[in-house]
Design a protein around this ligand. Structure first.
Ligand SMILES: [Ca+2]
Length: 294
C-alpha cells in the first residue's frame, strides 16, 4: 500500500515536472512586415501589456512572419500569445508554428499548422507539454490571418519544464541580436523589365526601378490597352516575398493601379503560373502586395 502510494506520488511529481512552466528568455525577434513606428517587435516581449508590436498602419501585413530567437534554452513546452488589450486590429486568428534548433539553426520544422484563434483580446495558449521543442533556436509564427489584415502582439511568453541553460558548444559564437540583422528584408535588384503595350514615349518601364520616386512609368496617353503586362526579370534566383508598389508622386491620379494579377515563372519553368490577384483600391498611398507563404 505504502509502495503504491509512493509510486502514485512519484507519478504526480513527474507530471508536475513535465507541466512545470518556467519563463524562457527571448534573446531577439524579427518581424517580416514593417512595424508602425513605436510599435516595433521588441514591444512584444518587453514585459508590458500596454505596449505592443503592430505592423505598419498603411500596409497590408498578411501574411506576416515573426521569429523569436533563443540562446541556451533547453526546451519550450508552452506559448502564450497575449493580444492587444483592446481593439481588434492585428489580432492573430490563423497561425502556423515552425521551429529550428541550435543543432540545425536554418532547418525549419513544422510544429503546428492552421491554429485558429478567436479575434478577442483574451490570451491564446499553445500547449506543447506532450511534445516540447528541444533546444530551440528560432520559433517562427506565420500569421496567415489577423484582424483588419494588420499584425499585432501585446506580449508573447514562452515556458519550459526545465530550468538552467543548455550547454553551448565552446567553438560556437553565441548569436547576439545584431547577428539577426541578416534576417531583415533585402531589396532585390531587377535585371531587366518590359511592358506591353508600349509605354508613353519618355516614360518607360525602367523608370519603375531607377530608385527615383520622382520619375514614373506611364502607359500610352491614348489610354486603354488593358490588360497591361509589366514583366520584371531577375538573374540571382531570389526568393521574393512581396512587391512594394509606389504610385506616382506628382499629384496626378491617371494610371494609378487598381486591380491586377501576379504571375511568375522560375528558371526551370516554361510557362507562367498565376500566383494571386491584388487590389490596391486605387489608393495614392504606397501598397505592399504580399505573396502567400507556405
Ligand atoms: Ca508589450
Amino acid at each position: 500500500m505504502k509502495k503504491r502510494l509512493l509510486s502514485f506520488l512519484a507519478m504526480l511529481l513527474l507530471c508536475a515536472i513535465a507541466n512545470a512552466q518556467n519563463p524562457v528568455t527571448i534573446t531577439a525577434a524579427a518581424s517580416k512586415r514593417p512595424s508602425q513606428p513605436g510599435a516595433e517587435i521588441s514591444k512584444a516581449y518587453d514585459g508590458s501589456l500596454t505596449t505592443m508590436y503592430h505592423s505598419n498602419w498603411s500596409l497590408n501585413a498578411m501574411p506576416d512572419t515573426v521569429d523569436f530567437y533563443f540562446v541556451g534554452v533547453k526546451s519550450i513546452n508552452k506559448v502564450d500569445y497575449t493580444p492587444r488589450q483592446s481593439g481588434p486590429n492585428g489580432i492573430w486568428t490563423t497561425v502556423d508554428v515552425y521551429y529550428t534548433t541550435s543543432d540545425a539553426p536554418s532547418v525549419f520544422v513544422s510544429k503546428q499548422s492552421n491554429i485558429s484563434w478567436a479575434q478577442t483580446n483574451a490570451v491564446k495558449t499553445i500547449d506543447m507539454t506532450a511534445n516540447p521543442i528541444v533546444k530551440p533556436y528560432i520559433v517562427r509564427f506565420v500569421i496567415r490571418s489577423a484582424g483588419g489584415n494588420f499584425s499585432s502582439c501585446a506580449e508573447i511568453n514562452f515556458s519550459s519544464a526545465e530550468t538552467g541553460a543548455a550547454v553551448q558548444p565552446l567553438d560556437c559564437d553565441n548569436p547576439i541580436a545584431e547577428d539577426f540583422s541578416t534576417y531583415s528584408d533585402v531589396k532585390l535588384a531587377i535585371s531587366s523589365a518590359s511592358v506591353s503595350p508600349a509605354a508613353n514615349a519618355g516614360e518607360d518601364i525602367s523608370r519603375t526601378y531607377d530608385n527615383n520616386t520622382a520619375t514614373l512609368y506611364h502607359s500610352n496617353y491614348a489610354g486603354g490597352g488593358f490588360p497591361i503586362s509589366l514583366t520584371y526579370n531577375f538573374t540571382t534566383n531570389p526568393t521574393i516575398d512581396y512587391i512594394s508598389y509606389v504610385p506616382r508622386q506628382d499629384g496626378g491620379s491617371n494610371g494609378i493601379f487598381g486591380t491586377g494579377e501576379i504571375w511568375y515563372k522560375t528558371t526551370t519553368q516554361t510557362t507562367l503560373t498565376k500566383l494571386m490577384n491584388f487590389d490596391t483600391g486605387f489608393s495614392t498611398a504606397a501598397y505592399q502586395i504580399s505573396f502567400p507563404q507556405h
